[in-house]
Design a protein around this ligand. Sequence first.
Ligand SMILES: *Cc1c(COP(=O)(O)O)cnc(C)c1O
Length: 396
Amino acid sequence: MNNNLGPGAPIHTGDIPLCVPEIRGKEWEYIKECLDTNWVSSAGVFGSRFEAMMADYVGAKHAVVTINGTSALHMALLAAGIGAGDEVITSSLSFVAPANAIKYVGAWPVFMDAEPYYWQMDVAKLDDFLTHQCQWQNGDLVNKTSGRRIKAIMPVHILGHPCDMDPIIEIARKFTLTVIEDATESLGAEYKGKMVGNIGDIACFSFNGNKLITTGGGGMVVTNNQEWAERALYLSTQAKDDPIEYIHNEIGYNYRLSNIQSAMGVAQMEVIDDLVAAKRAIARRYQDGLKEIQGLTLMPTQPGTTPVYWLYTILLPPDTTLEKRKNMVTALNARGIGSRPLWHPIHGLSPYSECQSHLIEVSTDLYRRAINLPSSAGLTEQDQQHSIDSLKTLLV
Ligand SMILES: *Cc1c(COP(=O)(O)O)cnc(C)c1O
């Protein structure tokens, strides 16, 4: 693996970052092309090239770039027809963006727990909620508690591991719900031979600085539904109905990624296979290096899936208190080893205190025990070994 990062590489401080970009392809060349030709804004050739590469990569028919992953989620929800007063079931153990996007369209999130084995949305609890807490009313599935219509499931494939999509799709079909995949953390992961992001009805990716590939900030909606793709493109480009006369028949959004950033995305897509391979090699080395530590739970892999291990994550022993986990993160960071906890489960955040959640216990437990370890695609074996050794010292 080429670790000669060249110009633009982060200044080396001796610290091992949690997860930073890997810029070693044709990023400079393509961005320079934008500057040289004056195509710096949202028009230009790179947007559609980036879209075509992403559609091809996941095997979907259509892709639409956006300014970030959160706006991709917003567009996917609108394209799928989710609106005011609808409800969307989503994962509580996630970065907050999917819940925020659900609120942007006036809908309500219902928070679902994680299962303890692979840390993804619990499909048994999902089925239990839809079967026992909801009922059919004039052809709509209605939440008995809130009286609102359930319209979609938004599973979040966290940390580079796929959700158990076969049962999710089966449950969605049974209850006529749309499946919107938040695949922002799991680009490159596979579930039973299918690419994450091409399993549900529509999916979203993020190209934030810490994601598998980055454009500084960026996102993408991916779907096989042509009408929805056209709608996402239309709404993300100000809902322009006449190319010259400023006719807008709907309220649009200024969400299209710039040509400069899409140029970077194209360069990143050209090396995506290397980045995925690097993440998997990092996971294998952690697995080997940490397996003898007593009481530690290493990052799991569901049989039939090939995760991308976006952020390598471990669980501290079951009796670990929140305080102890916080101290471990602090101790690792003090030694220059980038570490973070998982996200505070969303159902416990104040903007969501009024929202319904279903039997959540595992998400809270995982949040109490989990820590992320350095996972940059460019992580050297030496730095990784140093992280492993430090963890061993701190844990015994
Ligand atoms: C990163 C991320 C997003 C999108 O984030 P942006 O910063 O808006 O690109 C959405 N959902 C999850 C779960 C994420 O981790």
